[in-house]
Design a protein around this ligand. Sequence first.
Ligand SMILES: NC(=O)c1ccc[n+]([C@@H]2O[C@H](COP(=O)([O-])OP(=O)(O)OC[C@H]3O[C@@H](n4cnc5c(N)ncnc54)[C@H](OP(=O)(O)O)[C@@H]3O)[C@@H](O)[C@H]2O)c1
Length: 164
Amino acid sequence: MIKMIVAYDKNHGIGWNNQLPWSKMHNDLLRFKKLTIGHNIVMGRKTFDSLDKHILPDRVNFVLSRTLTKHNDSSLIITSDINWILNRAKVEDFWIIGGSKIYSLFEDYATKLYITEINAQLTADTYYFPKLNYWKETNRIKFPADTKNPFDYRFITYHKATVV
Ligand SMILES: NC(=O)c1ccc[n+]([C@@H]2O[C@H](COP(=O)([O-])OP(=O)(O)OC[C@H]3O[C@@H](n4cnc5c(N)ncnc54)[C@H](OP(=O)(O)O)[C@@H]3O)[C@@H](O)[C@H]2O)c1
């Protein structure tokens, strides 16, 4: 199964200068960690760069790239072969964690979408607009800003019965 997880602001901004547009949103990170830990995650090379090429622990990190040298160990797999991941996803779960290019590549194959919507308009240079008319909203929880989360935010979950 393919699941996607993304956080965006009111304009669907997901990135700025190869970082996130916000400096902290503690509960978003917590949710990200809770959902993805112990699973396969798939990211684009630029997102990998944004982590200073550090793998996210306790997860198998798949990095899509046509420029990085192929590298396989138990927790970092660099590949340019999307079909290889799609085939593996028939028997195991993959979490697509961004960025924008990678969300667009996988969205049609995904059946679950976890969004954190941040109630702010921030400076961004990378955006993601899921094709929400294909998705059915299954859950929505709203939270106010607090000391660890400088903006109001919502966790929204979507489901798609079949791939598009
Ligand atoms: N808010 C969020 O939830 C969230 C999540 C993740 C990332 N981000 C942000 O998003 C931004 C990065 O996103 P982005 O869209 O610019 O880049 P990206 O999707 O992370 O990475 C793009 C790279 O992926 C590789 N790639 C793309 N299509 C491919 C294909 N068909 N086959 C093989 N490799 C392929 C290419 O790497 P090569 O050039 O090496 O070939 C391409 O340059 C950053 O600002 C990051 O902080 C935000």
